[in-house]
Write a protein that binds this ligand. Structure first.
Ligand code: CTP
Ligand code: MN
Ligand code: MN
Ligand code: MN
Length: 366
């Protein structure tokens, strides 16, 4: 037994955007369990429960040492009754019985397999399961009508479920830079998402494109996509135009967390290097790539919004709204008290407006 005096107590802020969360996780046994339950909740459209588990997992990720006793958790925020029960189970038994039974369940396995198809969300997967479809084989023989994204997702299933490496992300970055250089000189490409936070692998590669002269970026995406297509780099693409200006609900208050930038969800055909050629002798692989175009005036907000993590972003918006009476989006920051937009050209300025200590991307891995 560990005596009270021996246990290290932690002091941790309650919002993830007030904390520094690196990739160095001392409690992966606990965060894996909580993340799996969060994922399961999300797959079942239980969003409130999903966020609660995500917050609990994020809090555990931010602890500076390994937790060995429940008494160390006293007074910590973000840990609800259910999360504490899961943590206790893992600390006492090495595993959580709820996590183990979830992993074994037919429904969870099917939801994982089906939502692993690009273009298939929790609702579609649930409908298919109710029709008796639990795996790809059954889906292929079901006669279900698939949309263009789903067809492409099914076709490249194995590739798209294989983590993307940093080397692959860099190779794609060079292609994207070449594409924008070819269609509009002076355009800039920034790597965002997990790779900007220092992750070594990801499920996709995220890029933000802008031009230093405001307005020059208008109509850039279709040109970039046409260039990529002409060079044979795209297996799939769906471009959505910018809907920011025509939105009625005001720039900083989008109806959902979705931003309104011109964007492209794509699947790249990436030629493998000699070293990466596999036994199958396939000389290319499919990689998911997200491209977003932002005007330079909104660039700092777009970079902040697209760097993630998803929970860090959610917490930034919650902090802005609840603690500062401000509305933050990937386009702008609006001060509801002063009734005005706050301009920024860097992420540092945005943190300062929000009254938060600046957290660099590598410490936003909440
Ligand atoms: N994002 C967004 N709108 C979307 C999709 C994503 O604003 N429709 C933002 C997310 O909030 C996140 C960032 O884009 O901040 C990257 O999202 P995503 O690629 O899903 O996650 P990563 O953190 O990059 O993780 P992974 O390595 O798995 O790709
Ligand atoms: Mn450490
Ligand atoms: Mn990503
Ligand atoms: Mn993405």
């Amino acid at each position: 037994q560990i005596s009270e005096a021996e246990v290290a107590l932690f002091s941790v802020s309650s919002y993830a955007c007030q904390r520094r969360t690196t990739l160095d996780n001392h409690n992966s046994n606990l965060t894996d369990a909580l993340s799996l339950l969060a994922e399961n909740a999300e797959l079942n459209n239980e969003d409130g429960r999903g966020v609660a588990f995500r917050r609990a997992a994020a809090l555990m990720k931010a602890l500076p040492t390994q937790v060995i006793s429940m008494s160390q958790l006293r007074g910590l925020p973000c840990l609800g009754e259910h999360s504490l029960r899961v943590i206790k189970d893992v600390l006492e038994n090495g595993v959580s019985s709820e996590v183990e039974s979830t992993k074994q369940s037919k429904r969870y396995k099917a939801l994982k397999i089906l939502t692993g198809i690009f273009g298939v969300g929790a609702k579609t997967a649930d409908r298919w399961i109710r029709e008796g479809i639990y795996n790809l084989e059954q889906l292929r023989h079901s006669g279900q009508t698939l949309n263009r994204a789903q067809k492409s997702g099914l076709e490249h299933y194995d590739d798209l479920n294989e983590p993307v490496t940093k080397a692959e992300a860099d190779a794609i970055g060079e292609i994207v830079q070449k594409a924008v250089d070819s269609v509009l000189t002076g355009s800039q490409v920034a790597l965002t998402g997990g790779f900007r936070r220092g992750k070594l692998t990801g499920h996709d590669v995220d890029f933000l494109i802008t031009h230093p002269e405001e307005g020059k970026e208008v109509g850039l995406m279709p040109k970039v996509v046409a260039w990529l297509e002409s060079q044979g780099f795209l297996l799939y693409q769906k471009t959505t135009r910018n809907s920011y200006l025509e939105s009625k609900d005001g720039p900083a208050r989008p109806a959902s967390n979705m931003d309104r930038f011109e964007r492209c969800f794509s699947i790249f055909k990436l030629t493998k290097g000699k070293e990466q050629e596999t036994a199958s002798h396939k000389i290319w692989r499919a990689v998911r790539v997200d491209l977003v175009v932002s005007p330079i005036s909104q660039f700092a907000f777009a970079v902040l919004g697209w760097t993630g993590s998803k929970l860090f972003e959610r917490e930034l918006r919650r902090w802005a709204g609840h603690e500062k009476n401000m509305s933050l989006s990937s386009h702008a920051l609006f001060d509801n008290t002063q009734n005005k937009y706050l301009r920024a050209t860097s992420e540092e300025e945005i943190f300062a407006y929000l009254g938060l200590e600046y957290i660099p991307p590598s410490e936003r891995n909440a």
